[in-house]
Design a protein around this ligand. Structure first.
Ligand code: MN
Ligand code: MN
Length: 316
């Protein structure tokens, strides 16, 4: 069976052609796919700087650099699974509640095809409706949540659905397994001294940025893999988990963040887990003049593809 291949740099210059994710073929839906890239171009859940509505398009643009083989891990995704870019979910940019329902339906239709969604965000609100669809298919999932922020507020400005509340809603609606949820990279200033304790009280493992400083995160991931076991797992990666030296193009910047090496340790450390979906959120192109935040986002999405259960090293 022939698997889709990204358009190579020797067939068409990397900066040319249609800007699909990784220059993959574009599909109308997820039928026949094992995994798909899908954009959710929204920012109406953001509390501070906007602009993540432009994230999916910019991530696709910068992804033109990425070649098909992972030289660090040996993973050869396009030798083992069928992947395409299925475009964006047609959200309602004037209505956040309606947008959430559209997202749950859109991700649900991907899962109905037994494909793994890899989501290009978009603000972090989107993880809540994505998890609704994921839990409908797989039941409550283990969660690897990488972020500068806990995103477990009860409300923001009186609203229950925002980019600061998705994981509170996920707990309330039993979309995630609380004692198989880990939050990594939390830091910065808070509304109250106990902001990160709500998750701890639910049974989350909360690993602050300070706990990560100057350390390899490989041992943490080894422990995490053992704890999660074969429970279906979702990865939610907020680009603001990274230090703004690496990823300044985002809405709620906090200093003292993770390094790109630690980001790779986290994602590669998910290899061996039963990953059923993932997102990369909060890339805001208007604050990303170099494009590097979007490029790092694209590269992390490729790394997520590389750790999916059916992806192996090259046979050749
Ligand atoms: Mn977040
Ligand atoms: Mn954040």
């Amino acid at each position: 069976m022939g698997f889709n291949q990204p358009l190579g740099g020797n067939e068409m210059a990397r900066f040319a052609g249609i800007a699909s994710m990784m220059r993959l073929p574009i599909a109308r839906d997820a039928a026949g796919l094992d995994a798909c890239f899908v954009g959710i171009p929204m920012d109406i859940g953001a509390s501070n700087r906007a602009g993540t509505r432009h994230g999916p398009r910019q991530i696709r643009t910068e992804s033109c650099l990425i070649r098909p083989y992972n030289m660090g891990t040996g993973a050869a995704p396009f030798e083992h699974i069928q992947v395409a870019d299925i475009g964006d979910i047609a959200i309602n940019t004037f209505n956040l509640a309606a947008t959430c329902d559209i997202i749950t339906e859109g991700i649900g239709s991907i899962l109905d095809c037994d494909a793994v969604p890899l989501v290009l965000g978009g603000d972090h609100t989107l993880t809540y409706p994505v998890l609704r669809a994921i839990a409908r298919k797989h039941g409550p999932v283990a969660l690897i949540h990488v972020d500068a922020h806990a995103d477990t507020s009860e409300t923001m400005f009186g609203e229950r659905i925002t980019h600061g509340t998705p994981f509170r809603r996920a707990v309330e609606e039993q979309l995630i397994v609380r004692d198989k949820t880990i939050q990594i990279g939390l830091r910065g200033s808070g509304y109250s001294p106990g902001d990160f304790d709500w998750g701890r009280r639910q049974g989350f493992e909360v690993v602050t940025a300070e706990m990560c400083w100057h350390k390899s995160l490989a041992p943490l991931m080894e422990t995490t893999r053992r704890r999660i076991g074969d429970t279906p797992t979702y990865i939610s990666f907020d680009i603001d988990s990274l230090d703004p030296a690496y990823a300044p193009g985002t809405g709620t910047v906090e200093l003292g963040g993770l390094t790109t090496i630690q980001a790779l340790e986290i994602v590669r450390g998910c290899h061996g887990l039963n990953v059923v979906g993932a997102d990369l959120v909060e890339v805001s192109p208007p604050y990303d003049p170099s494009g590097n935040t979007a490029l790092i986002g694209a590269q992390l999405l490729f790394e997520m593809l590389c750790i999916l259960p059916d992806v192996k090293s090259s046979a050749g």
